[in-house]
Design a protein around this ligand. Structure first.
Ligand code: SAH
Ligand code: SF4
Ligand code: F3S
Length: 455
């Protein structure tokens, strides 16, 4: 099936065809973009970092909030100008829209922006070569893929192109939770898990290429069928794969086995993204979250009993319909109890077709702004507090790349903080003890240390 001459030429010289991919949204889109590049590489496409003059431009889009969707249309306006310039010079640019906006709005995208040549949903990336070939054979024909294909993972090439020492690995897709504010169950479909053996094989392939850390991905990764803890335990046995992370987790799927694994497996990093969204039971109920503030707090307590130093992270929505001052105060109180190391907060955004968009009590923009500012102030304070508590300790750092300054290398602590320090480039790809000497909101500074502190 692969055209080896083309692949060979692309490997040896400059790429024959220039591919530009822009990724919006979550890590699952980052993974998908890499896989699209893997699908297209055998056809002679090589990645470039400027869309100007590219042969194929892919926008891998996100539908989660209104702003995310609007960004796509304004970007398409720019890309269209580039397409026109290329056509004037006698060339041809193909524009593809992929991801969750493609899934949600499908062919409408082509009406709204006629420069778009093809639209492909998140489950159909393996069809890209076919779609592109057809678009080229019948120049001017505009296409969209079958959005419901679920043989994606089987059809993607086994071989992954690896560029660093860390990698994402999607293990689960979709969501059955139907939180009333969220489009994901509509754009990504129902919960579906990849078979464990194929994941282990993909991870082994990554480790063989020098990857030391994988982040397992899923919209509800801890709902992984077969048990996320079982999967993590198998991956922990792979030689060279020393760090395992996963995201995003739903509180309702945080089972005993996974909590236990956090206490037992040194490979499982002490960082947990566990979105709570709100601290008000009334709002949580209206959101159709399957937890209360209290049950979430008890869960965090249990996790901390298993792994006391775990860095907790979360997502928050302010201004959900019906949210009063008292509800918002309950969110602040929950945050004070949990003490987060990191967090992502959003103003509620009305999404077409979701139940919450039709609920009474929509909150005014100014109120959302004001609540978000207060939420961010509190969360920033907690992040700085967490980072300051690491100062003075010696922690293992996986170095990933050179830093901005000469002689500087950059990596991550077990808690996912960026860490920079002076050191030789040869340490990139290694896990090395670093004594932390300083902290800011966004990163830690340190010096190479002779040995780790006793645990
Ligand atoms: N599956 C993950 C979340 C995926 S979406 C989970 O359940 O935690 C990532 C985050 O975007 C959500 O946690 C939520 O905080 C936010 N989000 C989703 N829909 C939103 C909306 N309509 N308005 C504002 N934020 C939203
Ligand atoms: Fe969206 Fe809720 Fe599913 Fe997360 S659990 S993806 S917030 S519906
Ligand atoms: Fe966005 Fe789709 Fe991810 S809506 S957050 S890209 S699952």
């Amino acid at each position: 099936m692969t055209d080896t001459t083309t692949a060979q030429a692309a490997v040896e010289g400059a790429p024959l065809k220039r591919l530009f991919i822009k990724t919006y949204g979550c890590q699952m889109n980052v993974y998908d973009s890499e896989r699209m590049a893997d699908v297209l590489r055998p056809l002679g496409y090589g990645m470039v970092d400027d869309p100007e003059g590219a042969d194929l431009v892919v926008l891998n889009t996100c539908h989660i909030r209104e702003k995310a969707t609007e960004k796509v249309y304004s970007e398409l306006g720019q890309i269209k100008l580039m397409k026109n310039r290329k056509a004037e010079a006698g060339g041809q640019m193909t524009i593809a829209v992929a991801g969750c906006v493609a899934q949600a709005e499908g062919k409408e995208i082509m009406h709204r922006q006629p420069a778009v040549d093809l639209v492909v949903g998140p489950q159909a990336y393996h069809q890209l070569p076919e779609l592109i070939a057809r678009a080229h054979r019948h120049s001017g024909e505009r296409l969209s893929a079958d959005f419901a294909a679920d043989e994606k993972f089987d059809a993607l090439p086994a071989e992954r192109h690896v560029t660093g020492v860390t990698a994402f690995l999607t293990v689960q897709e979709g969501c059955d939770k139907f939180c009333t504010f969220c489009v994901v169950p509509y754009t990504r479909g129902g919960e579906w898990s990849r078979p464990m053996d194929t994941i282990v094989a993909e991870a082994q392939g990554l480790a063989d290429k020098g990857v030391r850390e994988v982040t397992l991905l899923g919209q509800n990764v801890n709902a992984y069928e077969g048990g996320l803890a079982n999967l993590v335990r198998r991956l922990a046995k792979i030689d060279g794969l020393d760090r395992i992370r996963y995201t995003t987790s739903h509180p309702a799927d945080m089972d005993e086995a996974l909590i236990e694994a956090h206490g037992e497996l040194p490979e499982l990093m002490p960082y947990l993204h566990l979105p709570v969204q709100s601290g008000s039971d009334k709002i949580l109920k209206a959101m159709n979250r399957a937890h209360t503030a209290e049950s979430y707090l008890r869960l965090v307590e249990k996790i901390r009993a298993a792994r006391p130093d775990i860095a907790m992270s979360g997502d928050f929505i302010v201004g959900f319909p019906g949210e009063r001052d008292g509800d918002f105060e309950a969110t602040l109180n929950l945050i004070r109890e949990v003490r987060y190391a990191a967090a992502f907060s959003f103003k509620y955004s009305k999404r077409p077709g979701t139940p919450a968009s039709a609920m009474p009590g929509q909150v005014a923009e100014e109120v959302k702004e004001e609540r978000l500012a207060r939420l961010l102030a509190l969360l920033d304070e907690q992040t700085i507090g967490f980072n300051n508590r690491v100062v003075g300790r010696t922690v293992p750092v996986l170095f990933e790349r050179k830093g901005r300054h000469l002689g500087q290398i950059v990596g991550r602590s077990p808690y996912l903080n960026g860490v920079h320090c002076e050191g030789p480039e040869q340490l990139i790809g290694q896990i090395v003890p670093v004594k932390i000497t300083g902290a800011s909101k966004n990163s830690l500074a340190g010096v190479l240390a002779p040995v780790l502190e006793p645990a």
